[in-house]
Design a protein around this ligand. Structure first.
Ligand SMILES: *[C@@H]1O[C@H](CO)[C@@H](O)[C@H](O)[C@H]1NC(C)=O
Ligand SMILES: *[C@@H]1O[C@H](CO)[C@@H](O)[C@H](O)[C@H]1NC(C)=O
Ligand SMILES: *[C@@H]1O[C@H](CO)[C@@H](O)[C@H](O)[C@H]1NC(C)=O
Ligand SMILES: *[C@@H]1O[C@H](CO)[C@@H](O)[C@H](O)[C@H]1NC(C)=O
Length: 481
């Protein structure tokens, strides 16, 4: 009975949670948001739609949003009504097969044509935002990156929607989007008025959550530091949300997403081998062959590139967490820091402050390893789990997780160890580990107040709103400025 009530509540919430977006242009980053609930009111007749393609390094997702037209100039109530994952890799991989981009986009665009009423197609904006996979392609070959975007533009212009452009977003934008999204999903921008005592605490300001985002090609850390002084201007973002000013620290490390970090590690470690790499980040008994040229094809591995007498090399897993971590830590150069404190590679980092939400690959790697439960998961427990997991023989693991794709299964030891290493390079300690919340779903008080003039949240009702595991930031490509 309780269970049924809870699941009814959940489905009620997921059907009805609406997202209010309103934007004002400040710097490159633009945003203002809150979460609201429509209760049982029917949606106004006059609705608008928007389509966002979120082009990550390993895959692209298409999202369809819906919002009432009246709010267009102020604060829009935006509801994600559909997610369609494109079949195939990230768009940067189409650089040498531009003619296939049409087919790549077709299925999900047709889906959008079906979901959105025909009468609305002409006024429905379509945006494509690409992240680190395309940033890397642009570094490698700017003309080729432009050709990919041009092919995407040509293809998306063929539909009867209002195509608004395809572009590569910056690392700062990506960091900001992630931060805004989780804080908005957590209801942090909503004035927390205490109606019983008729006061609002500290002007209603709530402590925001920091955002930890891990993709395939880049990783972002974004939070409000305790000390407002952000020593390096390029790591500072200032914006105004709901009448409140935020100074946010952000950094995006290109080449430090988990896929590119693994390539860096391999490129570093095959130096001085005879073509056989005994690798502690893979399980004992695991063997695979890689092409040296493939490894060096990314700008991320260039600093390790050298001439080898072999064109292929073999990885033989040895499954040792400690040695794996030691090897990973060599990717973080901590020998110089022009600021009072750095993470690595001379990048300014203020001391991590407050709670952090860790999502995308942080979440799905830790979820696979059963390490997302907060009550039971200390840093010590995570390390202990990784030690055991990495040393598990590959054959045993493959039999046990027969339904997991081998490529993914083989990389969890590396990815889990990488996550621990990356977080320690951000100066999270055994003590501050408890402030990190691995989030695939966000628990919200529900119903949430709509803006500042509605009822206070009822704390007894909790519902779950899924955030996109790839990039929750996609919501924020919708701009009304
Ligand atoms: C929004 O503003 C524009 C320009 O000020 C105006 O033309 C349009 O009618 C407004 N839309 C709504 C729904 O009020
Ligand atoms: C290595 O390169 C060759 C030729 O370029 C290709 O046929 C082969 O599939 C590649 N091997 C791997 C493991 O990617
Ligand atoms: C770390 O960076 C400094 C400054 O760029 C450089 O001199 C040093 O060689 C780097 N160390 C490693 C291990 O790459
Ligand atoms: C996670 O927990 C599930 C259910 O208890 C179990 O079947 C699975 O083996 C665990 N995964 C890992 C990686 O230990």
């Amino acid at each position: 009975m309780e269970d049924r009530k809870e699941s009814e509540l959940k489905s009620f919430c997921s059907r009805n949670i609406l997202i209010i977006l309103g934007f004002s242009c400040i710097m490159a980053v633009v945003a203002l948001i809150a979460v609201g609930l429509t209760q049982n009111k029917p949606l106004p007749e006059n609705v608008k739609y928007g389509i966002v393609l979120d082009a990550g390094s390993s895959h692209t997702s298409l999202y369809i949003y819906k919002w009432p037209a009246e709010k267009e100039n102020d604060t829009g109530v935006v509801n994600q009504i559909e997610e369609c994952k494109l079949k195939g890799p990230g768009i940067s991989r189409y650089a040498h097969k531009l003619s296939e981009i049409d087919i790549y986009l077709t299925e999900c665009m047709i889906r959008a044509s079906q979901v959105i009423p025909k009468s609305q197609h002409e006024e429905t904006p379509v945006y494509l935002g690409a992240t680190a996979g395309m940033r890397l392609l642009r570094i490698e070959d700017a003309q080729l990156a432009d050709k990919v975007l041009a092919a995407v533009t040509k293809s998306l212009s063929n539909y009867h929607f209002d195509f608004q452009g395809a572009r590569i977003i910056t690392g700062q934008e990506e960091g900001a989007y992630g931060w805004i999204t989780i804080n908005y999903l957590l209801g942090k921008f909503i004035q927390k008025l205490n109606w019983l005592y008729l006061r609002s605490d500290e002007n209603g300001a709530q402590e925001t959550f920091g955002a930890l985002d891990l993709g395939g090609a880049s990783t972002q850390i974004t939070f409000v530091p305790q000390n407002k002084n952000i020593e390096s201007p390029r790591n500072a973002l200032h914006f105004r949300l709901y009448g409140r000013d935020y100074s946010v620290y952000t950094h995006s490390f290109l080449c430090y997403g988990k896929d590119q970090a693994l390539r860096q590690k391999l490129a570093k470690d095959i130096r001085g081998t005879d073509g056989i790499l005994r690798d502690p980040c893979f399980h004992p008994g695991y063997e695979t062959v890689m092409n040296v040229s493939d490894l060096y094809s990314s700008p991320c591995t260039r600093r390790f590139a050298m001439i080898h007498p072999f064109s292929q090399f073999q990885i033989q897993g040895t499954g040792n967490y400690r040695q794996c971590q030691r090897s990973i830590l060599e990717l973080f150069n901590t020998s110089y820091c022009p600021y009072s404190q750095c993470s690595f590679n001379g990048i300014f980092l203020p001391p991590p402050h407050g709670d952090f939400g860790a999502f995308s690959a942080y979440y799905y790697v830790m979820d696979f390893l059963n390490l997302t439960l907060e009550e039971t998961t200390s840093q010590e427990k995570v390390i202990d789990t990784m030690e055991k997991f990495c040393s598990q023989p590959w054959e045993e693991l493959k039999t046990y997780f027969g339904d997991v794709k081998e490529k993914y299964l083989s990389e969890y030891c590396f990815s889990g160890t990488y996550i621990l290493s990356l977080l320690s390079s951000y100066h999270f300690t055994a003590d501050s580990w408890k402030n990190i919340h691995f989030m695939g779903k966000i628990c919200l008080p529900c119903p949430l107040p709509l803006g500042s003039h509605s009822l206070p949240p009822s704390e007894s009702l909790v519902c779950h709103l899924g955030i996109s595991s790839s990039s929750p930031a996609s919501v924020l490509f919708l701009r009304f400025c």
